[in-house]
Design a binder for this molecule. Structure first.
Ligand code: SF4
Length: 442
């Protein structure tokens, strides 16, 4: 069977699709390799969300074409969200690409790789894997992502994901719990629940299910020690959910709730609703209900119609909210999005200045908050050698999600504690804007 290698880009939801495609191919006897130069089949699983991600995807595809010229690659397949948007353009503009499959055609990867298909598939039906779908974990053995739903019913005007992924559709609670048990048997200790909007989980199911009920079931899965929520939606972060997160021992006291902006005018233009007062009350309620909670959010600057006054409102909000983690994105003028047709576009240079100013403000806030950990002892999971500094290993505490948040650099500790997936007690002895430094004390 030919050797296959994947290049996986974009968000954790896309990574799960990659892992599912890997699982399906392994099940059919394909050999998987990390060496792209060795692969006879290369698959680039792309992201098509915003311009920067699209560029990264195109660069990766062009890079992969090199292996057709120099390496053993005989077939180059492009998958993922970029295909959903630019299927014909990819095939026309990059003739080295042999086939393309969209996010809803994931199961077709086997037919494509086994030459049994020319890549022209019948109409696609919404795809969502379940506990019977084979999957190969790529995130190390101790943590993983569980996709609890796919698609989105919201209409945020800057976003094209509903067009790429289709209607919101939840997996059955039994399917998610069964997969969590499978993961625990494989040694996974931390599961990160993901969807486009995780808080809407189950509302489309008959009988209806809820995220808090799912958390209660996952909390009973032996072997799993941490359950983290990512991609919550402000308006559906309910009291019931807060109560469940506060009470359930294995659920991380962590909320990732993208706010996107704080100006009522801009939130209205984004079709997200709310205002700074509503968001501040939500922040206050989350902190009141869930002690020692870590709050993460993301903001978009440069949205059409954003004035200096709107931006000042955002700055004031971030000063008041004192969030633990904040990602800031430049508005991306996607021609397939509703916002594309809004007037008053903000010049790119102005948007960049606003992003940099907001990031500087958050860096100060994050450093002040990180300093409060010095001298404290925290429970953390060891991830492995540091990606930045080979000399050190890194770990994460409950308030640090994989990939998107900082980590704790371990500068001392007993030899035998340095094992990925090991839970250790760290004493924090230094702090940086995004990372902490600590030594293993237990
Ligand atoms: S919630 Fe809004 S931003 Fe998120 S995927 Fe849905 S439409 Fe896009």
């Amino acid at each position: 069977m030919p050797k296959v290698s994947f290049i996986s880009l974009g968000c954790p939801k896309n990574l799960v699709d990659t892992e599912v495609m890997l699982g399906m191919l392994c099940q059919q006897g394909f050999e998987i390799t990390n060496q792209q130069s060795e692969a006879e089949i290369l698959v680039v699983n792309t992201c098509g969300f915003i311009d920067a991600a699209q560029q990264e995807s195109v660069d990766a595809i062009l890079e992969a074409t090199r292996w057709k010229e120099e390496g053993k690659c005989k077939k180059l397949i492009v998958a993922g969200c970029l295909v959903e948007r630019f299927r014909d353009e990819i095939l026309k503009e990059i003739p080295q690409v042999d086939a393309v499959i969209g996010p809803n055609q994931v199961p077709q990867i086997v037919a494509l790789c086994s030459q049994a298909s020319d890549g022209l598939f019948a109409e696609e039906s919404p795809f969502l894997y379940d506990e019977t779908t084979p999957r190969v974990l790529t995130t190390g053995r101790h943590f993983t992502y569980l996709k609890v739903a796919e698609g989105c019913d919201h209409g945020c005007t800057f976003c094209v994901i509903p067009q790429l992924k289709g209607k919101f559709r939840s997996r059955r609670p039994s399917s998610v719990v069964s997969e969590a048990n499978q993961m625990a048997r494989q040694g996974v200790k931390e599961i990160n629940l993901i969807a486009q909007d995780t808080t809407l989980y189950g509302h489309d199911l008959e009988p209806r299910a809820t995220l808090s009920a799912l958390l209660r079931q996952l909390n009973d899965v032996d072997g799993i020690e941490w359950i983290r929520l990512l991609y919550c939606y402000p308006h559906s972060t309910t009291d019931e959910l807060l109560e469940a997160v506060a009470r359930l021992g294995k659920v991380c006291k962590y909320f990732d709730i993208p706010f996107q902006h704080a100006s009522a005018k801009i939130l209205k233009l984004m079709k997200r609703g709310g205002n700074a007062e509503f968001l501040l009350r939500l922040v206050e309620k989350v902190r009141r209900c869930v002690s020692d909670v870590t709050l993460r959010s993301t903001m978009i600057v440069g949205f059409p119609g954003e004035t200096e006054e709107d931006f000042e409102m955002l700055i004031q909000f971030v000063k008041q909210a004192q969030l633990d983690r904040l990602g800031v994105f430049l508005y991306s003028d996607e021609d397939a999005s509703a916002a594309f047709h809004l007037g008053e576009k903000v010049p790119r240079g102005v948007a960049r200045k606003r992003r940099d100013r907001l990031m500087r403000l958050q860096q100060k806030i994050s450093l002040q908050k990180n300093h409060r950990w010095i001298g404290k002892r925290v429970r953390a999971i060891v991830d492995g050698p540091s990606v930045e500094t080979e000399l050190l290993w890194q770990a994460r505490m409950q308030g640090q999600a994989p990939d998107i948040d900082g980590h704790i650099l371990i500068n001392d500790g007993p030899e035998n504690a340095f094992r990925a997936g090991e839970f250790v007690t760290l004493e924090i002895n230094d702090a940086h804007p995004y990372d902490l430094v600590g030594r293993i004390v237990g």
